[in-house]
Design a protein. Structure first.
Length: 133
């Protein structure tokens, strides 16, 4: 327990320093964090709502993420999506959709507005990934 009590003040201090330091600048954040995963899922929903693709895509991984805090929280998220066998015209649960080999590499900008707790996908750009043999 003495080791735990020594670590607690350090993590509180580093969190406070990080929070005040991040205002206005772009900083790398953990791609696996809940806030990044949530932003990425909103990009997937946006992509799947477009008529451009006949099949639905689902999130495979987030390769990198950056965050900027202003009056809103901005995210830059780089991710890999996998095409599924589920038709985009239906209302499918992506967890039940089988993946195909086709993948997309996507770069996106997402704004989270704390005043209404909503994500707004500002833009995204996706390109096909070459299938690895």
């Amino acid at each position: 327990t003495s080791a735990t009590s020594l670590l607690t003040p350090i993590s509180v201090c580093s969190f406070q320093a990080e929070k005040s330091y991040m205002l206005g600048g772009w900083f790398e954040i953990n791609p696996e964090s809940a806030e990044v995963q949530d932003a990425a899922q909103h990009v997937v929903k946006t992509i799947n709502s477009k008529a451009k693709y006949k099949k639905m895509f689902k999130l495979l991984s987030v390769s990198s993420a950056k965050r900027q805090i202003t009056n809103a929280i901005n995210f830059k998220v780089d991710m890999v999506l996998g095409r599924t066998k589920c038709l985009n015209s239906g209302n499918h649960d992506l967890n039940n959709c089988t993946l195909t080999k086709r993948q997309l590499q996507c770069n996106s900008d997402v704004l989270f507005n704390p005043s209404d707790s909503r994500h707004h996908v500002q833009n995204y750009k996706c390109k096909k990934l070459v299938t690895k043999v």
